[in-house]
Design a protein around this ligand. Structure first.
Ligand code: PBG
Length: 328
């Protein structure tokens, strides 16, 4: 029962590791990985984050060591989050020139600032006693425009400390424009903005709240996007680019790969994605139970995020993934 004509055989391009390597459409490189790091004021030893096995709140000293390790692994950037000893209604420590984040920026810029891009979270939730990303109006809602004034001040102190790129993550309207203006007026024209453009009101941020000791009681649905919506991400993209964003970001990553693809197809600036705490925790928890192949799963998730259009990926596995990519 011979066949008239040969089958078309896509499997020919899958038969050996060498041919698979030759035709891979998506490649990961350590330089495009960004490591989020937490630094906490007033601790003597690193404090493990229970819901994120392998992740710690650093002391200033261990942060420096870990930053060196990240640089040696070849990661492209590190994103710093500060955990202050005291929180208050307006998040005063976020604009204290000697606040924990500003000290950590100075430390890390001095240590590895010539090898990796040093980035800092520009948001108030780590610093406020109510846990919201901004300051509150009398009725308890987050006051957009009053918050922008705080963000402008944060941008100035972070840039004064030497940060290379700020990451406004609060989803306030107009935040990129206000931060750009504040930076320029303070002579920080070269400090760039990684805008959290499409950031969703997501349950995937759960473990992060432990990592930064957040006091949030309610939710962020009045400022972060509704998981039901994709179209408004394009509106946010248009605004952020017009306001001066140098990079844009989608967050979380895996549950929003469609949004990521859409943004990547339309963005005139580089597109990043944040593989958030809950994405990390899910894989680590399943792996701890022996239910999945952890190492393969990590690389598969990163590859998927890259394939969907992210050019930079924030991931808590950045160092490990970078090391593994270098061994290949
Ligand atoms: C806000 C911020 C959050 C994350 C990064 N920046 C938390 C939030 O919006 O509730 C989440 C990161 C993660 O879950 O890994 N400063």
């Amino acid at each position: 029962m011979g066949i008239e004509r040969p089958y078309i055989r896509p499997r020919r391009l899958r038969v050996t590791p060498a041919v698979r390597r030759l035709v891979a459409e998506t490649r990961l490189h350590p330089a495009e990985l960004i490591l989020p790091m937490f630094v906490r004021e007033g601790i003597k030893e690193p404090v493990p984050v229970a819901s994120m096995p392998g992740v710690v709140q650093h002391t200033r000293e261990t942060l420096k060591k870990a930053a060196h390790e990240a640089a040696a692994a070849g990661v492209g950037g590190i994103m710093l989050f500060g955990v202050p000893a005291v929180q208050d209604a307006v998040g005063s420590e976020g604009t204290n020139p000697d606040g924990i984040l500003q000290q950590a920026i100075r430390d890390v810029v001095a240590e590895v600032g010539d090898q990796v891009v040093i980035m800092s979270d520009l948001c108030l939730d780590e610093y406020t006693d109510h846990g919201h990303c901004g300051v509150l109006a009398a009725d308890g809602s987050v006051d957009n425009d009053a918050t922008l004034l705080r963000y402008a001040e944060m941008a100035r102190v972070q840039a004064d400390a030497g940060v290379h790129m700020v990451g406004p993550s609060g989803m306030m309207d107009g935040q990129v424009a206000v931060i750009r203006q504040a930076l320029d007026e303070a002579g920080h024209q070269d400090v760039s903005i990684l805008a959290y453009t499409a950031k969703y009101a997501s349950a995937f941020f759960g473990p992060f709240r432990e990592a930064v000791g957040s006091s949030l009681k309610g939710d962020r649905k009045a400022y972060q996007q509704d998981p039901a919506n994709a179209r408004e991400s394009l509106r946010e993209l248009e605004l952020d680019v017009a306001e001066g964003a140098d990079l844009v970001m989608v967050k979380p990553a895996m549950a929003y790969l469609d949004v990521l693809r859409e943004i990547a197809d339309h963005s005139p600036v580089p597109v990043a994605a944040y593989q958030v705490s809950g994405e990390y925790a899910m894989v680590e928890a399943a792996a701890a139970n022996g239910w999945i192949d952890r190492d393969r799963m990590i690389m598969e998730t990163l590859t998927s995020i890259r394939r969907a259009g992210a050019e930079q990926i924030l991931t808590y596995w950045a160092v490990e993934a970078a090391q593994r990519l270098r061994e290949r």
